[in-house]
Design a protein around this ligand. Structure first.
Ligand SMILES: Nc1ncnc2c1ncn2[C@@H]1O[C@H](COP(=O)(O)OP(=O)(O)OP(=O)(O)O)[C@@H](O)[C@H]1O
Ligand SMILES: [Mg+2]
Length: 252
């Protein structure tokens, strides 16, 4: 077992009927890392995330998240992780402050403690002026920013993000990526980032993992993978080129 690993899996697998979604996944992530989790549609990224979060059970193999088994100790894992799912849900008939207060109350945090934190979190993600607008009137980018505010409020050790920039305009994308990076630099959170946006992933990730057909076919720092696959040591190498090279080899 890797002593420094905050996330670790061994032969983690998930099958839906005849469909193998995740196939013998063994990898680990160290505390404080920003890990870019890449792969085409249907390659098993969301299924992996759900297993790490204890939201779905593995068919085989195991995972440990901060020392806990997500299947058997789901509540302990939920306490120390933050999760921004593909389709983030808030209550449309409540405003941003009310939504975050509601979440804080669910977590037994008294209003006197959560209120100043909520104010600070909304300010950090640039939603101060929209704080009293009902979520029904929020754009996709504003919802994602509120998702980040929720992370600031909860202050977890690990954050799982599933496609946080999907459908956002370039400015919205840049902002979300900056907020994610600040969760790492200001708060030393471990970030597990699933995304198709290779440019943004390249900007902030320490390491990446490439999933294809439920298997992680490559894992490591981008420069190392570029050297191995393309034989170049150029720091300016684009992750798109590295990714495509792996992808073409597996599905010619
Ligand atoms: N609840 C489910 N029931 C049956 N099959 C499922 C279920 N969830 C996922 N799958 C299948 O498992 C495989 C992996 O899906 P998953 O959602 O993990 O992929 P992904 O990498 O997150 O894809 P995307 O990039 O499109 O989000 C796919 O073949 C998918 O059809
Ligand atoms: Mg997915």
């Amino acid at each position: 077992m890797n002593q420094k690993a905050i996330i670790e899996t061994h032969n983690l697998s998930k099958t839906y009927g005849n469909q193998v979604a995740v196939d013998d996944l063994t990898f680990s992530i160290e505390e404080g890392e920003i890990f870019g989790f890449l792969g085409p549609n249907g390659s098993g990224k969301t299924t992996t995330l759900l297993m790490l979060l204890g939201l779905t059970e593995p068919t085989r193999g195991w995972a440990r998240v901060a020392g806990f088994n997500p299947t058997k100790e789901a509540i302990k894992v939920k306490k120390i992780v933050g999760y921004i799912p593909e389709n983030i849900g808030f209550y449309d008939d409540m405003n941003a402050i009310e939504n975050l207060l509601f979440i804080a109350r669910l977590n037994n945090i008294p209003d006197s403690v959560s209120s100043p934190k909520i104010k600070d979190a909304l300010e950090r993600v640039g939603l101060k002026d929209e704080a009293e607008k009902k979520l029904g009137a929020y754009s996709r980018g504003m919802r994602q920013r509120l998702g980040i505010a929720e992370i600031y409020l909860k202050d977890p050790r690990i954050v799982f993000l599933d496609e946080p920039t999907l459908g956002l305009d370039p400015d919205g994308t840049t902002k979300i990526i900056e907020y994610i990076q600040s969760l790492s630099t200001d708060k030393n959170m471990t970030i597990f980032l699933s995304s198709h946006d290779l440019k943004q992933v390249q900007k902030i990730s320490n390491r990446i993992g490439i999933m294809i057909n439920g298997q992680m076919i490559a894992v490591g720092p981008i420069e190392k993978l570029a050297k191995e696959k393309l034989g170049v040591e150029d720091k300016a190498i684009s992750l798109d080129d590295v990714y495509m090279k792996y992808f073409q080899e597996v599905s010619p």
